[in-house]
Design a protein around this ligand. Sequence first.
Ligand code: PRP
Length: 201
Amino acid sequence: MNNFLTNDSALQKVLIPQNRLQERVSELGQEISQAFEGKDLVIVAILKGSFVFAADLLRAMNIQCSIDFMGISSYAGQPGSGVVRITKDLDQGIAGRSVLLVEDIIDTGLTANYLLHNLWQRKPASIDICALLDKSARRLIDLPIRYRGFEIPDVFVVGYGMDYQQRYRHLPHISVLRLNGSPDVTPDSIVSDPAGSTSES
Ligand code: PRP
């Protein structure tokens, strides 16, 4: 039986429990549905991390839209440079369409910034960003995030699609991973969301 690795000592704390994720994703789905009603909306989900969030977000929406995926990875030897390699491009054209770029997390912002530049060259009508997690403390580039699930502190998170060395993506909640040398998360560094709710550990 899967106990979600509760005996894995690297998992320090549940930062966002499953029920809070579901509530917030549902709110985002409704907000996005209202904003894009009647538009030719294409959701562009960035692999791999966003696949769980994108699947739940799509099911929380009640308007017609299509979904496509882009796979990217950092160029070896240049992590954090913002230079990425496209491992899977979109299958559909986006010219004249409304694009919603869906990310699991925006950290430095370099990846999303690269993607914005890349996608604008294809002449969409609009591009908006939807990020489940915003780790703004580490931002290097200012980005317009229209739909934000949660603001989180500068901790390493896994679960709900996000990994550490390709592990932990299956967790139904978001947890803090204890990396060598990282400080423990204190009770006052819990996550916040625009509705003002906080998570419980
Ligand atoms: C994560 C996330 C974003 C990027 C954000 O991907 O999905 O694409 O990092 O970081 P940034 O704002 O500092 O650019 P990751 O490299 O972990 O790959 P994965 O989604 O395939 O796990």
